[in-house]
Write a protein of this length. Structure first.
Length: 72
């Protein structure tokens, strides 16, 4: 039986929940018109992925100095 990485599953469920909430917000901002659920989901997914990528980039920048310290 294959093992399941629960941290990956938890992360995926967390991301899916964030996307769902964002898609609902997008729908409300559009006036709750029917027929655009997939477009709302895809836009929300794109926005969440971009936010995650920015956060990773910012964390990497903060964890590494801009340049190496001078050699002695």
């Amino acid at each position: 039986m294959p093992t399941v990485d629960t941290s990956k599953r938890t992360t995926a469920l967390y991301r899916e929940g964030r996307i769902r909430l964002r898609a609902e917000k997008i729908c409300r901002l559009r006036g709750n018109r029917l027929g655009s659920a997939l477009d709302d989901w895809l836009l929300a997914e794109k926005q969440i992925c971009e936010e995650e990528e920015r956060a990773i980039d910012e964390a990497l920048e903060a964890s590494f100095p801009a340049s190496d310290p001078p050699a002695h």
